[in-house]
Design a protein around this ligand. Structure first.
Ligand code: HAM
Length: 421
């Protein structure tokens, strides 16, 4: 049997890399113009960093989605299932609360979750993650959501829709959770096992239930937005005012809850109106108090992450293609053995300025031209006994078939002139 990558993981092959690179470049530019600094935290952290932040009713913990292992020093370590805890740990460790506030950080890289694999749901996937630490203002919430919208738009995506909700302050949440317990405990035996567990640990997560029986029971109930206290309600209204002023298209979702427990007040997702079941490209929200729970100073925070694979899927669905990988400008063809050494040496020189391919053995003209064509090169430059005697290359434009005799000393200039014309 051929060796296989682990289920839920993928190779990103050379033909796919240009799309990744283009996305990263556009997103980096958008975020860095907005004052975000890139951070590259380690891929694994102490397990407790993730447990303390995710919360005991999160899918990461309940569904055992973390890749956790014990190292030789008997430490429990975990491959990051999200970036947020590592960013916050770094914020505390490096005393970033003394930096000019708010601190805006972004990062990109692989994250790991032991999930059920399906289209758009993998075990190693990639996130672009963004966090703002040190401000609790509604303006920052709106700026953060707008920046997500702008970063996704910069990738070329259209058909984006923001779903906006609020999970309230802790008191609002516990009032809503009490309400849900009161309503659902008498019918708990009619709920699926997962929902019963959510009812025990964090009833609000029930709003995420997919089972039709569960949904029927839940849909009759009041929504979390109805339980917002006045502080959270005013904050929520202000966020909406800003977004309207900036023409960010959004829908209010009165029962938006997220798979992680740390959110307070503003929560949001961005969906794509094309990719179907896994339409959530991105999610995030405010998490004041989370830095404190990791042992740092009281700090307000808000952020988001988007799934790179899902965004690339959505771009493909929209028929958008990234520019190709760099192809050779010229492919040097050796027509005899002596020419092999000549073209190999010349390639090294020309590669300081342009992409170059060459034949590793001597070729007949027709075969050499075929090799050049397969390489995707614009020009083939042939070198054999005749050219050596004349001190030239025979250059063929593979796109239009025209031929030119170019002096060997002029080849570099000739190619560069063509490229810059
Ligand atoms: P999340 O909603 O768990 O949030 O993940 C964010 C995005 O990652 C999702 O919207 C989705 O596009 C992508 N994603 C999640 N799981 C998978 C998977 N198994 N396969 C492929 N893509 C996936 C967070 O991770 C939070 N840390 C976001 C955040 C940052 N909140 C505040 N700051």
């Amino acid at each position: 049997m051929k060796p296989q990558a682990v289920k839920g993981t993928h190779d990103i092959l050379p033909a796919q890399v240009p799309a990744w690179r283009q996305l990263e470049q556009r997103v980096r530019q958008t975020l860095e113009r907005a004052g975000a600094g890139e951070i590259r935290p380690p891929v694994f952290e102490h397990t407790e960093t993730f447990i303390k932040t995710a919360g005991e009713s999160s899918d990461l913990v309940v569904q055992k989605e973390m890749y956790t292992f014990t190292d030789r020093g008997e430490r429990s370590l975990t491959l990051r299932p999200e970036f947020t805890p590592g960013f916050l740990r770094a914020y505390i460790q490096h005393g970033m609360h003394t930096w000019p506030s708010p601190v805006r950080l972004w990062g990109i890289g692989p994250v790991f979750r032991a999930e059920n694999v399906q289209r758009g749901r993998y075990r190693q996937f990639h996130q672009v993650n963004y966090e703002v630490l040190g401000s609790d203002s509604a303006l920052i919430d709106a700026e953060t959501i707008a920046l997500l919208y702008d970063a996704l738009s910069a990738t070329g995506l259209r058909n984006l829709r923001v779903r906006l909700g609020s999970v309230g302050d802790p008191d609002d949440r516990s009032a809503y959770n009490d309400y849900l317990r009161e309503q659902l405990s008498p019918v708990a035996d009619k709920l699926t096992e997962t929902s019963q567990e959510r009812l025990r640990l964090n009833p609000m997560r029930l709003l995420d239930a997919k089972d039709p029986g569960d949904r029927a029971l839940i849909e009759k109930l009041r929504r979390p937005l109805e339980f917002l206290g006045s502080a959270a309600a005013n904050h929520f209204a202000e966020v909406q005012d800003w977004l309207r002023a900036w023409d960010i298209p959004f829908d209010i979702d009165d029962s938006l809850v997220r798979g992680l427990d740390y959110y307070r007040r503003t929560a949001f997702e961005v969906h794509h109106l094309g990719i179907g079941a896994q339409s959530a490209l991105s999610g995030g929200g405010r998490y004041d108090g989370l830095v404190e729970s990791l042992g740092g100073p009281p700090t307000a925070g808000i952020g988001w992450a988007f799934g790179v694979e899902r965004v690339l899927d959505a771009l493909e669905e929209e028929g958008q293609q990234a520019s190709d990988a760099e192809r050779p400008l010229v492919f040097l063809v050796a027509l005899d053995t002596e020419a092999v050494a000549e073209v190999a040496g010349l390639s090294r020189e020309l590669r300081r300025e342009v992409a170059v391919g060459y034949t590793l053995t001597s070729r007949k003209t027709a075969r050499g031209l075929k090799d050049a064509d397969r390489s995707g090169a614009r020009f083939a430059a042939l070198r054999g006994e005749r050219e050596r005697a004349a001190g030239t290359f025979e250059v063929k434009n593979l796109a239009d078939g025209t031929q030119h005799t170019v002096a060997e000393d002029d080849l570099r200039r000739w190619l560069l002139d063509w490229e810059n014309s």
